[in-house]
Ligand binder design. Sequence first.
Ligand code: FES
Length: 337
Amino acid sequence: MYEVTIEPTGDVVEVEEGQTLLDASLRQGVWLPFACGHGTCGTCKVQVLEGDCDPGDASPFALMDMEREEGKVLACCALPESDLVIEADIDVDPDFLGYPVEDYEATVESITDLSPTIKGLRLRLDRPMAFQAGQYINLQLPGVEGARAFSIANKPTDDEVVELHVRHVPGGAATSYIHEQLTEGQTVPLSGPYGQFFVRKSASEDLIFVAGGSGLSSPQSMVLDLLEHGDSRKITLFQGARNLAELYNRDLFERLAAEHDNFTYVPALDAPEDPASWEGFTGYVHEAAIAHFDGLFEGHKAYLCGPPPMIDAAITALMRGRLFERDIYMERFLTAA
Ligand code: FES
């Protein structure tokens, strides 16, 4: 066991033999910046100031030779070999609650068809998990190498369950297993919570959520959480789907809109099966947002979750409509295969 002191905060974490710096930190509630978690993006780069550290399996593109020589390591790969002092670029958002990552055993309580391509999983945890709406878990599945990330769709007060929306990626080992082999009553290990996609509750601006496909999971958790806590800001959720069959959980949001004056729900279909009978917006979800707000988004914070092309189109629309980068938060939803 080694002690690692993280500057400039002075936090101290204990790292076990063979454990990475990042894993130890997240499990002890000490946040370090990271993204990919496996040595390829470079987001978790830290400087070793004192002590010996094996850089582990860091990609030469994410950690260049020159940086290695300067004593830099990637926290998600680095294995301490003595007590260490490291320096990290920590800029923790005041709204981030930093719940520690833990391992859980989950029992599959139900599997439902949300749409022809998306299943809803409800997993009961062996004990409550504290998380922020918008965060995700890593799920391990039998015969599938490595863990897969899925966003949590339920609200944080339902802390003994985790609900996931899983879109089937044909040929993808994890989502094929979930869609074709996973059964109710089965137990699966998972860890969490992870992620930096959460509502900045200290901001006073009204809120826009733009969700595409199974990227609805995080915005659903966020909207449920805000409404449960009586948030009085105006909240508008735009949900994009290809057609009516893929537009899932519509009843839930229509009911919430009827119950809460400050919540508006706008579904958008880009290829409705029967255009004549579809009374909602026809087009892409960012176009629905432009139409709803006449292209002007000033006075809002926007949270986007969906496939990268949807995110890019939404960012362009929001910035043309006078939002700045600092007003837009996003989770590019690369569905786990
Ligand atoms: Fe991507 Fe460590 S988080 S390299």
